[in-house]
Design a protein around this ligand. Sequence first.
Ligand code: UD1
Ligand code: UDP
Length: 410
Amino acid sequence: MKIVSVVGARPNFIKLAPVHKSLSQYCDHVIVHTGQHYDYEMSDIFFKELQIPKPDINLGVGSTSPGEQIGEMMKRLEKEFGYGRREGVERAGVASKPDLVLVYGDTNSTLAGALAASVNNLPIAHIEAGLRSFDRRMPEERNRILTDHLSDLLFAPTGTAARNLKDERAVGRIINSGDISVEVVKEALKFSKDSTIMKELSLESKSFILFTMHRAESTGSYSNLKTILETFQQLEKQRSDRSPSSNRMQPKSSSDGNSRSTGKYSDQGRQLQIVFPIHPRTERMLKSYGLYEELVGCENVKITTPLGYIDFLRLLIESYKVVTDSGGLQKEAYLCSIPCITIRKSTEWVETLEQGWNKLCDFKTKEMIDLILQPSPSIGKNYSKHIFGKGDASEIIRDSIISGYHKSQS
Ligand code: UD1
Ligand code: UDP
């Protein structure tokens, strides 16, 4: 049996790792990288750290407008699948005529993989199927919906995701596999013990917030980026007001809206630094709005390049709280029992909202500061990591695929 996995962006690579390990023992597993992400820190590092072999094919599509990007990916994938007949190039390469095309998550590479397979009548399996934020402004939400409704096998990471697919009457077979990240996180945490990132950044455990932001709808607005900077600046003010050398420790009138004076925050919260591994999109947008220098000027912010998964997970488990607009990070924070503040109107990982482990937040400085400095929730009896499965998703995925194939052959 030949299976082609189509991947292209950071979150796709992370999900690919356990699936490749599990599938490659049982079938011919070909990896096609679309080239959506191409910087070392956004791509190669994940293959290296997570021990995924180098992709069999890299389509080298790169960054452009979404329509052109998806179109180019489809065109090149179609050729690799062996259907580029119009140009007289009936190819018999490593990815030609697969028995199944496997796609992951919700990126443009996911959708392009599903579309290129679908128009050529190739069976499709979708890992991380059925997630819904119900916010169609997000390209990821559109990619998920379209991919799900083209897929034959739908691997749902949670009960909610499986229910969403049933409610939408998706035609593919729905399998509640649990979430693939449970395995990746568990495995990578073993390696993260040896990470030197805390030392490199001179950080103390629980003394910082891990901050990431990269979504098109967040970074495309001057006002959103400015609000983030103001939040950082206000947090720095809190910090310097608490510093022993400061002569500004007296309570201040609350009339300026500064939450510093309310007395409801812990000292630990007030000392926080911010660690910001910056996504290339965010850096580009900050520079284009003339805000990057202002960010560099924030004394409480440590900016880094995007980090490899092992260093990143080490920062996650050592952080006081996470503030993010990422999808995957919300769930990883939950799995590591780190409180998360999600700067979005809705989330596809609704389970993380229960018991206050994840809180949705608008782009409003006061709201963000309140949530950051509030005491963290404690682990109650309803806190269960099993909502994301038992950590055997890659086995369930492999067994369902292989048994389905044998049935179709008999
Ligand atoms: C994509 C996914 C998003 C995912 C994110 C993970 C879509 C629609 N979005 O968003 O779901 O959360 O990846 O990081 O697929 N760039 C570089 N170097 C790179 C890659 C990108 O400089 O290696 C820059 C380019 O300027 C590019 C921009 O980042 O235009 C955005 O990249 P793109 O892949 O289009 O979207 P992401 O924001 O990364
Ligand atoms: N991540 C990483 N290094 C970073 C930032 C994020 O390894 O500097 C990881 C993060 O843990 C997550 C994955 O990259 O599992 C994808 O996150 P991202 O926010 O890029 O995408 P999303 O999950 O929102 O699609």
